[in-house]
Design a protein around this ligand. Structure first.
Ligand code: DGY
Length: 320
């Protein structure tokens, strides 16, 4: 009997093929729609390995009906969709995909920052909808990026990669993180500050922290109220780190200037999310790591980790 792997999204044959040679691979055959919960549970009950995406909730209920489960490999660097405590309790290995997506996600972060600061989407949309009627002296004027001060909340690998890009724009970089990054401070001049100092001082607040009980709701009305009226907030981490209601109020009332969001508390973002009604919000559908090369590399990491665990080897990128 071959060991069973369940893949929760349709993935390209090229990444699945090596697994198919040795294992019984079953796959949810949609690339864009999440596997329904009842099917996920039914498949998990028989699976030795699960290859998951962020939209799959791998919680106690799932672990408890999956007696054979040995590994959950998540197609993301984040793993807030997986209950790690229960995984540990039950001796299930969890792996993720760090490293390979660092530069790609930093590119997207910087792109979103530029697009938000310079109102690129709004301007493009006006051309497409026939609303560019004349060149206007103050039309589409935004905020300067070059020479401004950037504040990074969460100075992990992606944070450092964003900060390095900022140096190319002559930006001063402040950061807040659980631990100091002394090498980066010495090498690049990045400055560690307390969170409140960062919020008060910077032109761009870029959120790149992991989503944990400590960071849930980290940026709320109080924190938004400390920012400059010209501040731009960029969130490429997880929607739940920012209180969306407070963000909406701050943007609507002009307490901050704009926001660029690649992530939302609920994804896909519901059409009635009030943030979508504001012109000073730039939105993207969670595409931080979405380059062809990076997504394939992420998938290869997952495939290798699953193979390693099922063949009795220690996998790379083990979270628990
Ligand atoms: C991650 O890897 O955690 C991203 O948010 C998904 O691409």
């Amino acid at each position: 009997m071959k060991l069973r792997i369940f893949v929760t999204r349709k993935l390209d044959d090229s990444v699945i093929a090596p697994l198919r040679e040795k294992f019984d691979v079953r796959m949810w055959e949609s690339e864009s729609e999440s596997v329904p919960r009842d099917i996920l549970l039914k498949e998990a009950a028989e699976a030795d390995a699960l290859w998951t995406v962020l939209a799959d909730s791998v919680d106690r209920e799932l672990f408890e009906i999956a007696p054979k489960l040995k590994v959950v490999s998540n197609l993301a660097v984040g793993y807030n969709n997986i209950d790690l405590e229960v995984a540990k309790e039950r001796g299930v290995i969890v792996t993720n995909t760090p490293g390979v997506l660092t530069e790609t996600t930093a590119d997207l972060t910087f792109g979103l920052l530029l697009a938000t600061a310079r109102r690129l989407m709004e301007a493009e949309n006006d051309i497409r909808t026939g609303n560019w009627t004349s060149w206007s002296p103050m039309g589409y004027t935004g905020m300067d990026v070059g020479g401004a001060t950037l504040g990074i909340i969460g100075m992990g690998r992606i944070g450092e990669a964003v900060a390095r890009r900022a140096k190319g724009f002559d930006m001063r970089v402040l950061y807040h993180n659980r631990s100091r990054k002394m090498d980066a401070e010495v090498e690049h001049g990045f400055e560690y500050v307390e969170l409140d100092t960062l919020l008060k001082s910077v032109d761009y607040v870029v959120i790149l922290a992991p989503y944990t009980p400590e960071t849930a709701g980290l940026i709320g009305a109080r924190e938004l109220g400390m920012m400059k009226k010209t501040a731009v907030v960029i969130n490429v981490a997880r929607g739940g780190i920012v209180d969306e209601t407070a963000l909406y109020e701050a943007l609507k009332n002009g307490d901050i200037w704009a926001a660029g969001l690649d992530v939302f508390a609920t994804e896909p973002v519901p059409q009635d999310n009030p943030l979508l009604t504001l012109p000073n919000v730039t939105v993207l559908p969670h595409i931080g790591s979405a380059s062809i090369k990076t997504r394939i590399e992420m998938m290869n990491l997952n495939a290798q980790a699953i193979m390693d665990v099922l063949e009795g080897r220690e996998p790379a990128n083990r979270v628990v």
